[in-house]
Design a protein around this ligand. Structure first.
Ligand SMILES: *Cc1c(COP(=O)(O)O)cnc(C)c1O
Length: 370
C-alpha cells in the first residue's frame, strides 16, 4: 500500500472550546441542556461530538432522525436521545426498543408508539410538541386541552415533556417575546412544572436573547459550535471549527491574464497567484466567487480571485511572502464562518453542515472515553 496522501483540506475541531460554549449556555439560561447534534453535529463529527459531550451531564442529545440516533447509540453513548423530527412508521419499533424520545405531533403516531411500547412491556417517555409559530410540527395550541387527556389515556406512553420552537428569535424580538409568553401560558394551562418534567422552547438565539425562566431545558445548536446568531454575544463564545487547507502552487501572472472559469477576474498588474487545495467539492461555497472573500495565510488576509472551482481556489498573494505548503484558514478563529456566510448569501448553519466528507475532521484534544 502506498502511504496515504496528506489531506488537501481539513477541519480542526477544538473540543475545549465546545465545552466552554456549553458552560456558557448553562450559565446564561440557568437550564439543563439538550445539545443539538443533528447533521453530523453541524459538520463537526457526530460520534466525536456526542462522545465528548456525553461526559458533561447533558440531559439529551437532539438529533434529526433515527439514523443519527442509531449512530450515537452505536458509538456507546448512553445519554438520552431526542428526535427533533417526525418518525416514519417503520422506524418506531426501534425508537421504542432503544428508548429514544420522540416529540409527538399527531394522535396517530402517539397511538402507534403506545401500541409498540405496550407490546415491548414498557411506557415510552415522549414529549408533546406545540406549534406556537414555526409551522413545521407539533399540535396547534387550540387542540391541546382536548388532546392531552387522550394522550394521557394511552397506556404505552408517558408525556414527560413539552416543547415548542422559535422561528424568528434572531430576527423578530416582538414576535419572540410574545411567543415566550404564549408558550408559558399554554404550559401553565396544561399543568405547568408539576405536570411536565421538561419544558423547552429555546434554540441558541432564544437562549442568548431572552429570559428562559418559563423553561428548564434549552436546545442550543449553533452557539455550542461557537457562533452567536445574535449580535452582542459573540465575545463570550469560542470558535470550534477551523476549516484549513494549504497553498499548492505559487505562480506569477502578467497583467491582463484571466483567473479561473469564466474569466470573471483579469489581473490588472503582474500578480502573484497562490492556488489553494480546497473548493466547492469540500463545501467551500461556489457562491463566494467574486464577492471579495478573503482567506487567512500567516496572519494576513488575502483576497480570493476568480471563481471557486471544485477542488481549488486562487488568491492574490502579491507581496504576501507566502510559500507552497503554507497553511490557509478559510474560516475559523481569525475569520468567522458567519462573515463568510454573509458573503455567500447564506447562514453559518448551512456552511458548517455543507462541509463535505472529503474534508478530514481532526479533533483536539484527542477524545478519551468516559
Ligand atoms: C436545529 C434546532 C435547534 C438548534 O438551533 P440553533 O439555532 O442551531 O441553536 C433547536 N431546536 C430545534 C427544534 C431545532 O430543529
Amino acid at each position: 500500500m502506498p502511504a496515504p496522501s496528506p489531506p488537501r483540506a481539513w477541519a480542526e475541531i477544538d473540543l475545549d472550546a465546545l465545552r466552554h460554549n456549553l458552560a456558557i449556555a448553562r450559565e446564561i439560561s440557568g437550564c439543563r441542556v439538550m445539545a443539538v447534534v443533528k447533521a453530523g453535529a453541524y459538520g463537526h463529527g457526530l460520534e466525536e461530538i456526542a462522545r465528548t459531550l456525553a461526559g458533561e451531564e447533558i440531559a439529551f442529545f437532539g438529533v434529526a432522525n433515527v439514523g443519527e440516533a442509531r449512530r450515537i447509540a452505536d458509538a456507546g453513548v448512553t445519554t438520552r436521545l431526542y428526535l427533533l423530527g417526525a418518525t416514519w412508521e417503520a422506524e418506531r419499533a426501534e425508537v421504542v426498543a432503544r428508548r429514544w424520545t420522540p416529540c409527538l405531533s399527531s394522535l396517530e403516531e402517539a397511538r402507534h408508539f403506545s401500541e409498540l411500547a405496550t407490546a415491548d412491556g414498557t411506557r415510552l417517555k415522549c414529549h408533546l410538541a406545540v406549534d406556537t409559530g414555526m409551522g413545521r410540527g407539533g399540535f396547534v395550541p387550540d387542540v391541546l386541552p382536548g388532546i392531552l387527556p387522550q394522550l394521557e389515556a394511552l397506556g404505552g406512553i408517558e408525556i414527560e415533556g413539552i416543547g415548542s420552537h422559535l422561528p424568528s428569535a434572531d430576527e423578530d424580538e416582538t414576535f419572540t417575546r410574545d411567543q415566550f409568553e404564549r408558550f408559558a401560558e399554554i404550559v401553565g394551562q396544561l399543568g405547568g412544572r408539576e405536570r411536565f418534567e421538561w419544558i423547552h422552547l429555546s434554540n441558541s438565539a432564544g437562549l442568548l436573547g431572552y429570559d428562559n425562566s418559563p423553561c428548564n431545558l434549552v436546545r442550543p445548536g449553533l452557539m455550542l459550535y461557537g457562533i452567536s446568531p445574535l449580535p452582542g454575544h459573540q465575545d463570550r463564545l469560542r470558535n470550534v471549527m477551523s476549516l484549513k487547507s494549504r497553498v499548492t502552487l505559487i505562480r506569477e501572472l502578467p497583467a491582463g491574464h484571466g483567473v479561473s472559469y469564466g474569466r470573471t477576474f483579469v489581473t490588472r498588474r503582474p500578480t502573484t497567484v497562490a492556488t489553494i487545495g480546497i473548493g466547492y467539492g469540500d463545501g467551500y461555497p461556489r457562491s463566494l466567487s467574486d464577492k471579495g472573500t478573503e482567506v487567512v495565510v500567516g496572519g494576513k488576509r488575502l483576497p480570493v480571485i476568480g471563481r471557486v472551482t471544485m477542488d481549488q481556489i486562487m488568491v492574490d498573494a502579491t507581496d504576501a511572502g507566502i510559500a507552497v505548503g503554507d497553511e490557509v484558514e478559510l474560516f475559523g478563529t481569525n475569520l468567522r464562518v458567519d462573515e463568510l456566510a454573509a458573503k455567500a448569501g447564506t447562514i453559518a448553519w448551512e456552511i458548517l453542515t455543507g462541509i463535505t466528507p472529503r474534508v478530514t475532521r481532526v479533533h483536539h484534544p484527542l477524545i478519551t472515553d468516559h
